[in-house]
Design a protein around this ligand. Sequence first.
Ligand code: AP5
Length: 224
Amino acid sequence: MIFALLGPPGVGKGTQAERISVHYGVPTISTGAMFRDAVARGTELGRIIQRYKMDKGEFVPDDVVIGAVSQRIDEPDCKPGFLLDGFPRTIPQAEALELMLVEKGRVLLGVLDFVAPIEEIVGRFSGRRICPVDGQTYHIEHQPPIQPGICDIHKVELVTRPDDAPEVVRRRLEVYQEKTSPLENYYRQRGLLCTIDATAEPETVFGRVIEVIESMRARRKLTP
Ligand code: AP5
């Protein structure tokens, strides 16, 4: 049960990863969340990450990302499987993932590629709010907290992500086009790409995701 989630920033990967994770009981490895947490806690990885302009929409170097993911997937909770949210994001990362999975005797079942029109994505960014304690995501219209502006769980004021500023969003979308979109072809050629229309409400999108995951799992069972 190993899947990667692909798609432009703000398309809803994290929102779906959380639901898939609960549904199948496997952890989500979100490299973005992992890096934000490391920076906030001032760990060694966090100090490394701070050298790069993540807040300005620039990527963390491949070797740093690959090392962090490789270590994370060796942890015991990843034994039944895991979801990769935001990794791989470049061709060298995809090649490294392929190699590390072979070395660890694991198999990537599919890559869920979320697609939505750009104007929809921009609207999602402007309404996104996160909990400063654990990064839980809300949207002022589509996933509002019970009490406006307050995290349902930690009861603290929600904040905006620094990289959700409009000029940074523009840069993130550019970087996605340049460095990540070539992965669509990479995984299509390997028969692993599953495109998911992410324009509907989160619950509807989740239904589509489950259908695709189940068909990929069934296909795997039939493969000798
Ligand atoms: P990361 O945290 O991975 O950000 P991202 O990929 O840019 O994705 P987002 O978290 O912005 O969006 P999402 O698709 O998860 O959308 P969400 O579900 O929140 O990475 C951040 C940075 O870390 C990168 O820029 C880079 O610097 C660095 N980094 C990370 N991984 C790296 C790597 N592998 N290599 C190099 N650098 C790396 O949804 C967005 C909003 O929309 C929310 O408010 C949500 O409530 C709402 N929403 C979700 N679904 C729907 C829906 N169906 N309808 C309406 N609203 C919805």
